[in-house]
Design a protein around this ligand. Structure first.
Ligand SMILES: [Zn+2]
Length: 137
């Protein structure tokens, strides 16, 4: 069965190329690669980096206009499944790509590109720390 993803535009080849272990893709990204992006970006970490104050696995819903009078944070993060949901808003919830889309108001492609960059940056930072550690040791 062929699954059509809501991603008909070509993603910037440069992003994919710079992530060494990935093959160069000229067409739409495959579901497998999108899954990799989901798995490599921990949702709570992404949420905190985007400016949401997450305590434990709870955070405030970013659709504040719907939560007038709510004192408790209502975003629930499931770290193991890498998903989130708001118990009040039916349209708030999903995976890490959904989070970026909903929080920033971006389209899916922009969110995927941002998360792909984030993985790349993460890998470079780790490499840098590793090299520094080696020089010291
Ligand atoms: Zn909400």
């Amino acid at each position: 069965m062929h699954v059509t993803l809501p991603l008909d535009k070509t993603i910037d080849v440069g992003i994919i190329f710079s992530i060494g272990r990935w093959k160069i893709k000229r067409g739409p990204m495959e579901e497998q690669e999108i899954q990799h992006i989901e798995q490599a970006n921990p949702i709570v970490q992404v949420a905190v980096e985007m400016g949401l104050s997450v305590r434990g696995n709870l955070g405030p819903c970013f659709r504040t206009e719907r939560h007038m009078g709510d004192k408790e944070p209502s975003l629930f993060f499931n770290v193991a499944k890498n998903i989130f949901l708001c118990k009040t808003c039916e349209d708030v919830g999903g995976g890490v790509i959904d989070f970026v889309c909903q929080f920033k108001g971006w389209d899916r492609q922009k969110a995927i590109e941002w998360l792909a960059h984030r993985i790349e940056f993460d890998q470079q930072t780790r490499k840098l720390y590793y090299l520094r550690g080696k020089k010291k040791g």
